[in-house]
Design a protein around this ligand. Sequence first.
Ligand code: PEP
Ligand code: MN
Length: 339
Amino acid sequence: MIIVLRPDATEAQVNHIIEKVKVLGLSPHVSKGSERTIIGVIGPEDVLRITPLEVFPGVEKVIPVLSPYRLVSREFKKEDSVIDLGKGVKIGGKALVIMAGPCSIENIDRLYEIGRQVKKAGATVLRGGAFKPRTSPYSFQGLGKAGLQMLREVGSELDLVTVTEVMDARDVSLVADYADVLQIGCRNMQNFNLLKEVGVTKKPVLLKRGMASTVKDMLMSAEYILSGGNFSVILCERGIRTFEDSTRNTLDISAVAVTKQLSHLPIIVDPSHAAGKWGLVPSLAKAGVAAGCDGLIIEVHNHPEEAVSDGEQSLIPEKFSRLMAELKGIAGSVGREIL
Ligand code: PEP
Ligand code: MN
């Protein structure tokens, strides 16, 4: 870290800070300029969280050199992480991974039908919620274990990777028994006990950005999972809350570029929950691919008017298929491909 002293810092104040730094087990390197003095400090920066050096008289600011997230950072790993989702699907490489399916699993026939249609259009991952985080306790809450069974059956019959949300730390082993990828929803991005629990599984985790979280908050949450031993984390930008009310959330497209700079982990875009309206989904999906995301997760329903959740933002299979065709050109122009 670098400690920048105030221009009027006295010799006694500087010496006091140097002593304090040494007591903390760090080594100070003083550099006296004509205007002001700075102290470069070598050693683990974690102490800064316990001893705020800013409070010492004479200190103007303390600049950490290392990011608080380590394992997820580019400093830790230069190359992009490529994560194996099983069934021959890898995310983080040249090929974009498209995840699609209904918001909620409703019944087996419908899941088969949607699964077949999204696969035909080029999706390799089937999404579908069995445990649904609903704003109202009176809204459909998901089929639970019965839904997980349907997802596993359809995924294995159609040879699609499956992803579904786990909302509660107590359900992690159940969901891990049925699904290939564990989704942490935006409302649970900072449920640290849940993050710790998925961190000790061997399943890839899809971590969605909280609707009021910064990119750094998201990376710190990912750090929980990696520090538990699970390095298979996929990040997801799904829109954040802003003053703009013409969309359900505001897709923070810059989060894709920022995350790519800061982290080696793959990041996908969810245009459905960002837009909240199916007519806007194609534009946001294209923007995500152009910005360099590693994949998309899109809600698709064959009868959106009958959907038990998020019908208004679900694409019908024909529109999804058309979007997939259009995305190929955009992917190619940014050095990626859709297989
Ligand atoms: C979902 O993907 O089904 C979902 C509920 O998303 P989010 O957590 O981003 O709202
Ligand atoms: Mn949904």
